[in-house]
Design a protein around this ligand. Sequence first.
Ligand code: ADP
Ligand code: ZN
Ligand code: ZN
Length: 674
Amino acid sequence: MTNRIAVAVETPQHTGVGVLDYLADQAWPPGTLLRVPLGRREVPGIVWHRGGDTELADDALRPAGPALEALPPLGEAWRRLVEFAAAYYQRGVGELALAVLPPELRKLDDVQLARRVAKLAKLAPPPAAEPPPRPEPSAEQQAALAALAEGTAPALLHGVTGSGKTEVYLRAAEQALDAGRQVLVLVPEINLTPQLEARFAARFPGRRLVSLHSALTPAQRLKNWLQAHLGTADLVLGTRLAVFASLPRLGLVVVDEEHDPSFKQQEGARYSARDLAVWRAHDAGVPVLLGSATPSLETWQRVQEGRYRRLALDARIGGGAMPRVRVFDMSRLPRQRGVDGPPLAPPVLDALKQRLERGEQSLLLLNRRGYAPVLHCGECGWKSGCPHCSAWRVFHKGDRTLRCHHCGFTERVPRACPDCGNQDIAPIGRGTEKLAEQLAELLPEARVARIDADSTRGAGALEQQLGAVHAGEVDVLVGTQMVAKGHDFRRITLVVAVNPDSALFASDFRAPERLFALLMQAAGRAGRDAEQAARSEMWIQTWNPQHALFDALKRHDYAAFAASQLDERRSAGLPPFSHLALLRAEAKSAEVATAFLDEAATLAEGVETIGLYPAVPPAVSRVADVERVQMLVESTSRPALQRFLAGWLPQLHALRPHHKGLIRWAVDVDPLAI
Ligand code: ADP
Ligand code: ZN
Ligand code: ZN
């Protein structure tokens, strides 16, 4: 046992860097998976490098356990990616490395794994059918592809739905595949993978394509991951976790809908798969394509600075224009008692009726599921609060429950007010369930369907409901943002944003950016061919018709919207003009959480390169009986923020034992939701 190896193990960062020295009877190459003793347990580890890190004498080191020899070592590029991500997002190397590998890997011994690997190696490649005829690229697509071939600076492929972005991905992929390379395609949501998978599979019949996302069974995920790692898969398509796929022949990275918040992991290592994709492509010296109609302002600013290239697809394929956007001023309606007015303003309802008469489809967007966001007693003022959260419980009429959307606490809806016994408790406000119900009453002849997280719980439910829309079995589709994304509804000529206002005044500075993206995306559902475009409209029902956001939307002018937002961000010193990290603390009481953050703040006193905001509760401060408080750290320099965090976090770990009652704390680098 004379070989010293440094092994990444799953210890959180505060117990060291997560790389420990062991002795091995063989000189395992870096990237080898093995088992090592840690305390009294045996844990999985990855040989990170040879030679060890410490000055400890050999007899102070423990011997490493058996290695998974059947698995080719994880490559250097993969280890660099993990090392960068761990450092950047302030996690342990081993913690991150083992968290992003398929969990099944740690359950198998070498013999079992050898069997799987042998089986995969024997898999025949898909039959090399004749590739289907491909459309001739348009002039814009040709220009984009030519520019892409010219360099490896990240490229923003900027075009609305239907402008031919996917076709550019396919062509770029073809070039990489022909050069013997692998292609990684990231999409924001699992729901969107089957569609894209089908298109790639159809285009490249002789190539092996695998998907990687969290809805796979552990066995499937291992199988797909192995094919990527062994190099037998040519195309890897997946959600954010796929950015960590081991790809020995990587030649192209595509991030579709790059602005989508789902690319940011919201627990553990809170990485941005989009940002890591850019880093990874740069590190590998391969091109990265970021596709969007409404790029994130971070990406857009990099285009302005000349660091990213913008490849524009300004026209829709088939000549379809974006629908005409019309804004209805809700203050023109007579004031209703309470808030329970009709769901649609008269001209909007007329527009809907026209679609019905013509046999066209309409999409009504309402970003609030359930029947009503709160129940209320007019006698005593009781409201359906959640006993465990600082939030209302939502009334779901379908199963007559009150449900908390934060902690899941669910009860049958009471027959009478729990406080005063009043029989007449009433829903306030409107969710998708109620909207669908009201529409069915208003338009008895219309076939109304609802698609949201509630209606699509069961396996295959979403596909089935989307299928009904495609088959023309639905006239009016009511849905949350779920339906605004990606789905190609050919017969929709009317999109209505029923109540988009709350996002205009949300405390999160990114709320307008998100609303604009959502509305542009929803607008993109309509008018995808020229004949239809002439009849396509989007209606916005708002109390703030003068808002600049709607003005830009009317003109489909992303650049104007982005410029005005960037101006605001610049003068407020917000991203992308500054860099943020969010320190969150959770405790049984807000005092404990705040005390921890306050002491953390004193540790940062005197650091000139960073600024600290006061500790404040987030919009929903208590969830499942846990109080949450957060504190923003800001710097104009990313490296300065990184240096500060690297020094600060170990101090915070040391601080923790002094704060009894603190349940957990975490740092979120480049937080998306604030
Ligand atoms: P996006 O990804 O921007 O929504 P797609 O690439 O899906 O756009 O293109 C929209 C539609 O136009 C698809 O049906 C696609 O097959 C078709 N298409 C794309 N490029 C061309 C082209 N150059 N010629 C003809 N049809 C095209
Ligand atoms: Zn009451
Ligand atoms: Zn709750």
